[in-house]
Design a protein around this ligand. Structure first.
Ligand code: ZN
Ligand code: ZN
Length: 346
């Protein structure tokens, strides 16, 4: 079977891997689609993401959906053949964060396709993967696998929106209109935001933000753009660039909330920290998610608008061109790898 393996910076290979066998408590899933995430692109282009560096070859991917093939000893879950999405996180359950109910920041979590620990946790970009059976979620009625592949990034967006607090009737600024920023736009609207303004450097990205429900879109590099709000209630930074955080701090009202969701470069970041003090701004981080995964599946089932954010579906054997496409935001929003073997096409 084919899998998508990162061997080091710039060395991505679609290669033959052995079919794994599910052990106790585990399920074997035939993967249909895997969404290419910003973190996958970071491993490919930079050999790491944030403070996590590649130290051995790793199957990438944590945004996977497919069908149940079999279970290992003592494992149970949706019946074999059921379409499922895979929750990518296995929190430890015993650390102080898990005890506090903040499993998304568990200090000892296992996350599919992540080099945060060593040996790395192998990911889901393979035709068949073994995962803990309890991480399978059957798709709600009416949700097809293609749209369901957005469940993981939408969960990230829903968690950021939760961190932002009550958005009903609020004006929300979202800086960065990549796939995550666009999903934050949709999640904020679903949470009752009164007006959502999205910014990005690229007109193509702003078109996706509009499709996701943004009321106003603004060119981030154009101070004279008529769309700039004078003030917003809440801001979500989704570009991972310090300039975006700076914009959020300057535009949020006094006492407002700024959520940093985009992964900033490791080390120090320049931004107007004095405003956090003088305007008593609440600056909050948002990292991954936990229970939002189930909420994401329900929202995806209810909202066809999400189909517009899947910009391409590419066979796994062309993984490198899929990654190049995903990295070029002037040509793509969310790119999916397709793991279905050619013989299976109807
Ligand atoms: Zn992701
Ligand atoms: Zn834990």
């Amino acid at each position: 079977m084919l899998g998508c393996v990162i061997h080091g910076q710039g060395d991505l290979r679609a290669e033959e891997l052995p079919v794994p066998t599910p052990g106790p408590g585990q399920a074997l899933v035939a993967v249909r689609y895997g969404g290419v995430c910003g973190s996958d692109l970071h491993y490919w282009r930079h050999g790491g993401v944030g403070d996590f560096r590649l130290r051995e070859p790793m199957v990438l991917g944590h945004e996977v959906v497919g069908t149940v093939v079999s279970y290992g000893d003592g494992a149970s879950g949706p019946v074999v053949g059921t379409a499922v999405a895979v929750h990518p996180a296995t929190p430890c359950g015993v650390c102080p964060e898990c005890a506090d109910g903040r499993r998304n920041v568990c200090r000892d979590t296992r996350y599919l396709g992540s080099a945060a620990r060593f040996p790395h946790v192998q990911g889901g970009f393979a035709a068949q993967v073994v995962v803990p059976a309890e991480q399978l979620r059957p798709l709600p009625t009416g949700l097809e696998l293609r749209r369901a592949a957005l469940a993981e990034p939408l969960s990230v967006a829903l968690h950021a929106v939760r961190r932002a607090g009550d958005l009903r009737g609020r004006h929300v600024l979202v800086t960065g209109a990549g796939p995550i920023g666009c999903l934050v736009v949709a999640a904020a609207k679903a949470a009752g935001a009164g007006h959502v303004t999205a910014t990005d450097l690229l007109p193509e990205a702003l078109r996706y933000a509009s499709a996701a429900g943004a009321d106003t879109v603004v060119r981030a590099d154009d101070p004279s753009d008529a769309g700039w709000p004078s003030e917003v209630d809440t801001a979500v930074e989704a570009s991972g660039v310090a300039a975006g955080l700076d914009t959020c701090l300057r535009l949020v009202r006094r006492g407002g909330v700024v959520v940093q969701l985009g992964m900033l470069p490791s080390g120090q970041s320049p931004f107007a920290g004095n405003l956090v003090v003088s305007r008593e701004i609440e600056l909050r981080g948002a990292f991954r998610f936990d229970g939002e995964f189930d909420e994401a599946l329900e929202l995806l089932a209810a909202e066809p608008v999400f189909d517009g954010l899947v910009s391409a579906v590419v066979p796994v054997r062309e993984a490198e061109s899929a990654f190049a496409l995903a990295a070029d935001r002037s040509r793509s929003c969310k790119v999916l790898l397709d793991f279905e073997s050619p013989g299976h096409h109807a």
